[in-house]
Design a protein. Structure first.
Length: 67
């Protein structure tokens, strides 16, 4: 079973529905198996738990907002 794993910031459930459908559509097009065999896992990470370039993402967001 092909599985796609997504790590990213939290999303509203409506956007998760769209994301999962579109990823499933792409996998179905590529692999040409029945839709029922694909899995999509979304792992949400809060900005306080992710860093980039040695800086916590939450701090980058605050800085970009001028806080």
């Amino acid at each position: 079973m092909p599985v796609a794993k997504i790590d990213g910031p939290p999303l509203p459930i409506e956007k998760k529905r769209v994301l999962i459908k579109e990823i499933t559509d792409a996998m179905e097009k590529a692999y040409q198996y029945p839709r029922s065999v694909y899995g999509v896992i979304i792992k949400e990470n809060s900005p306080e738990n992710v860093g980039s370039g040695g800086i916590i993402i939450a701090d980058k967001i605050k800085s970009a907002q001028g806080k």
